[in-house]
Design a protein around this ligand. Structure first.
Ligand SMILES: *Cc1c(COP(=O)(O)O)cnc(C)c1O
Length: 361
């Protein structure tokens, strides 16, 4: 098999040992004579897997018992509607911090349900960074405050947890959940689709404070879109995406075996620092995000000679460094270095970048 380092932003690479285990168990899961894909989501053995997945997530992220953990279909984007539909209650306003593509998409969707108050905006102009909380507009009348903890396309990440007092803080952590330790108590709701850092596409993790499940739903709320439905049914109201759930389980156990989220966080910092240091010291490349807002997961960078971008991708590809093209809306280059990317992958990328700069610089 060809060996590559895959820098794709998502669906993204998974740890090789997880893939090997999945392959070994593919047609015969736990001596059952059947694949995990072929058994009932209501069987005792699947329920056990689902509960173990929840328990392991709870342990790794230190999720207190007054939070529920839900596994839902519908990807990250379903959450863009589920959040307002479930959390607005009597409110007519919600507050959004807009720092990029994913914040904007969530805002567009929320506008169908309420008045969106954009309390901070750094999506379009000026220095690229997460606006400090001291600059945010008031949000006292809002049902919740919504942030995207890591803007996957813009390569910007919060380096602080906002303090929103009694107003629930909602965060889209699709591209950085489990990449560092977090204090779940500071959030009302956290969600993450799996395909960036936690597993294959098809499943979304929602961590929600239990009191928020009591909020009266909108009239005509689809049953499937009501968090309380899934909390009550322990994520088995409909047929849970069983195979993605199994993969998430393996990834969570892989994280645990690596030494947990603290160790993963340490490695992620090393990887990101190495890459940013190189970019900052090589005149051929640049990154235009403020230092304290730089994403540890998605390192965006550009060539001063923009015309060479396609050539860069082509040659990188030939060397087995794949998935480096930036998102279509931003252009340029992006190296996604999620949990599964080893430090050797980052080193191989830097070696190539050094070669390319000498060749064309
Ligand atoms: C990828 C991504 C999503 C979208 O998830 P889908 O599963 O494609 O709907 C949402 N938010 C962020 C921050 C992402 O990176």
């Amino acid at each position: 098999m060809k060996h590559v380092y895959n820098f794709s932003a998502g669906p993204a690479m998974l740890p090789p040992s997880v893939m090997q285990q999945a392959q070994a168990e593919f047609i015969d899961w736990h001596d059952s004579g059947a694949s995990i894909m072929e058994i009932s989501h209501r069987s005792a053995s699947f329920k056990e897997l689902l509960e173990d997945t929840k328990d392991t997530a709870r342990e790794l992220l230190n999720i207190p018992s007054h939070y529920d953990i839900l596994f839902l279909p519908g990807g990250g984007r379903s959450q863009f509607s589920m959040v307002p539909m479930n959390l607005l209650g009597q409110h007519t306003q919600a507050a959004y911090v807009n720092c990029g593509v994913w914040g904007q998409l969530a805002i567009n969707e929320a506008m169908r349900y309420c008045d969106v108050s954009i309390i901070a905006d750094n999506n379009h102009v000026g220095p690229k960074g997460i606006p400090p909380q001291s600059t945010w507009l008031p949000y006292d009348e809002c049902a919740y405050v919504y942030t995207v903890d890591n803007e996957t396309v813009q390569g910007m990440e919060f380096d602080f947890t906002p303090d929103t007092g009694d107003i629930p803080l909602v965060s889209d952590m699709s591209s950085n959940l489990l990449s560092r330790t977090i204090d779940v108590n500071r959030f009302g709701l956290i969600f993450a689709c799996a395909q960036k850092n936690i597993g294959p596409a098809g499943i979304t993790i929602v961590i929600v404070r239990k009191d928020l499940l009591e909020i009266a739903p909108l009239p005509f709320m689809p049953t499937m879109y009501h968090y309380a439905t899934h909390a009550k049914a322990k994520s088995l109201y409909n047929t849970t995406p069983t195979y993605p759930c199994y993969m998430v389980n393996l990834v969570l156990h892989w994280i645990k075996a690596q030494g947990g989220v603290t160790e993963i966080e340490h490695r992620n910092r090393l990887k990101a620092n190495k890459l940013y240091d190189y970019i900052d010291h090589e005149d051929f490349y640049y990154n235009d995000v403020e230092k304290n807002s730089r994403s540890r997961m998605n390192v965006v960078f550009d060539l001063h000679e923009h015309d060479l971008t396609a050539q860069f991708c082509k040659e990188a590809d030939e060397r087995g460094l794949i998935g480096l093209r930036g998102h279509s809306s931003r252009g340029g280059l992006r190296a996604s270095i999620y949990n599964a990317m080893p430090i050797a992958g980052v080193e191989a990328l830097i070696d190539f970048m050094r070669y390319f700069a000498r060749q064309y610089g």
